[in-house]
Structures are given as C-alpha cells and as structure tokens.
Write a new protein. Structure first.
Length: 144
C-alpha cells in the first residue's frame, strides 16, 4: 500500500508495479497482446501516481480522461507541485505507447495476434522506463 492509496482502494503506484510484473511475464511467454496492453496500464498508473504526488486527486482525471495517456500527460504537467516536479521529465519517456503507434484501452477487445513482438517489446521498454522514472524514484524519496 502506498501513501497515495485512494479511499476506494485504488493505488496507482502499487498497480503500476503489479501491471509491470504481469506484462513482463506475459511477454516472456509470447503473449504479446496482453503484455502490450498491460504496459499501457503501467504508464497510466505511473502518470496517475505523479498527479497524486503533485497534490491532484482521483477526480483530476475524470470526464473520460482516466485511460487517455495523452490527457494524463497534460494533467500531470499542469497538476505537479514542488513535490513532483522532479518526476515531470518522465512524462516524455513513454513515447512509443503514447505516440502514433500507441496504446489505447480498446486493445482489450482485439483478437490475439493484433500486436507483434516488436511493438510489445517497445511498449514494455517504455513502461519500464516510466515506472523507474516515476514510481521507483518517488518511493526512494518517500512520496508514495
């Protein structure tokens, strides 16, 4: 449990770690669709952790922006405070996932084989970089 766990039990920093572990296992076993899908959630939860550490609340990403990584990047950039400014550099880390070839929550409905190994690996690399630059660093600093 992190220090930014929400009253409803949501805990973005902890969820980011769980999703990263699961994405890595799926990738190792050649389940690239699932690995890529969960990699997107690592980025989403990491961005939400930055927002919460910056003084934002769960309501900050309401209105359909909860899974929109581009919107979450913008929110994280506007919500940060002195406590989370150090982690703002991470917002640009996940360019493959957020970019033109990027992730979206609708991937959960795609047939198996929609995402290949190379794309899944790029997503996973970005997710790992985002997690390291945000959640791990905030844990070291005692913010989450």
């Amino acid at each position: 449990m992190s220090s930014v766990q929400q009253p409803n039990g949501e805990d973005p920093p902890e969820a980011a770690g769980k999703h990263l572990d699961d994405a890595q296992l799926l990738f190792i076993h050649d389940h690239w669709d699932g690995a890529a899908y969960l990699a997107g959630y690592v980025v989403e939860c990491s961005l939400k952790a930055v927002i919460l550490a910056g003084g934002g609340s769960r309501g900050t990403w309401g209105g359909g922006r909860g899974h929109d990584l581009t919107a979450l990047q913008l929110l994280a950039a506007t919500v940060f405070s002195g406590r989370s400014a150090k982690y703002m550099q991470a917002i640009g880390v996940a360019q493959t996932i957020v970019g033109a070839t990027g992730w979206n929550v609708s991937q959960r409905y795609f047939a198996s084989g929609h995402i290949g190994e190379a794309v899944a690996e790029a997503f996973l690399n970005d997710a790992e970089a985002m997690y390291q630059a945000t959640v791990i660093e905030m844990k070291k600093d005692g913010l989450v």
